[in-house]
Write a protein that binds this ligand. Structure first.
Ligand code: K2U
Ligand code: ZN
Length: 167
């Protein structure tokens, strides 16, 4: 298995809109396994292919306490339901930043598995938040985009300074 490199904001590759997957099967299943392994190692409870510079519509999530309920969703399509709920969000591509974001409290997900099978399910709570967060990544959208431009600018400058210090 492979740990993949996670891109960090404000890397412009994170702004790429992912394209639908057309080739299902063993290679996609291997990428899904690598995406999950990279997520667990971060550690995180979600990771989108965009974040590892693969611009196809693939996300990995596992919000279980024991990290034993992995889902790799291909070409996910969400239907949003209910009121908006506010949750403190972070992002593996925006390290060390946590801010409140309002998202739909319940969603219906239609997707394919890496093998190509169609799946559909409902989600609420942290799973709903996580899947909406990951699907934003596939649109080139980050959770900092929901913040004020002043706050986003301050976050960008803080991360750019940290990246320069590490270089
Ligand atoms: O970077 C990512 O896309 C992974 C996200 C997934 C996520 C964001 C907001 C809310 C829920 C999930 C996180 O960085 S994973 C880290 C994390 C872990 C537990 C709770 C919240 C965030
Ligand atoms: Zn994220």
């Amino acid at each position: 298995m492979t740990i993949l490199n996670i891109l960090h904001y404000p890397d412009q590759r994170l702004r790429t809109k992912a394209v639908p997957v057309t080739d299902f099967g063993p290679e996609l299943e291997q990428f899904g396994a690598d995406l999950l392994e990279t997520m667990y190692a971060a550690p995180g409870i979600g990771l989108a292919a965009t974040q590892v510079d693969v611009h196809q519509r693939i996300i990995a999530v596992d919000v279980s306490e024991n990290h034993d309920d992995p889902h790799v969703l291909v070409n996910p399509v969400l239907t949003l339901h209910g009121e908006l709920q506010e949750t403190e969000e972070g992002c593996l591509s925006v390290p060390g930043i946590y801010e409140p974001v309002r998202r739909a409290e319940r969603i219906t997900v239609a997707a394919r598995t890496p093998a190509g099978d169609e799946i559909s399910f409902e989600a609420d709570g942290l799973l709903a938040v996580c899947i909406q967060h990951e699907c934003d990544h596939l649109e080139g959208k980050l959770f900092v985009d929901y913040l004020s431009s002043l706050k986003r600018s301050r976050i960008r400058k803080k991360l750019q300074k940290q990246q320069k210090q590490r270089a």
